[in-house]
Design a protein. Structure first.
Length: 47
């Protein structure tokens, strides 16, 4: 999954698919925030 790959690469989480649902959602929110603020060098598409 694209989201898992982004978490693994940018947040250095080796196996994000093994996170519990609440933690995974929190980390995904962090990726979205980093993207919106321009820290990742790209913007995620709004879903």
């Amino acid at each position: 999954m694209k989201a898992d790959a982004l978490m693994s690469f940018f947040l250095h989480i080796p196996f994000p698919e093994q996170l519990d649902d609440d933690t995974w959602a929190m980390k995904w929110a962090q990726i979205k925030w980093l993207s919106e603020k321009g820290f990742l060098g790209f913007k995620l598409n709004k879903e």
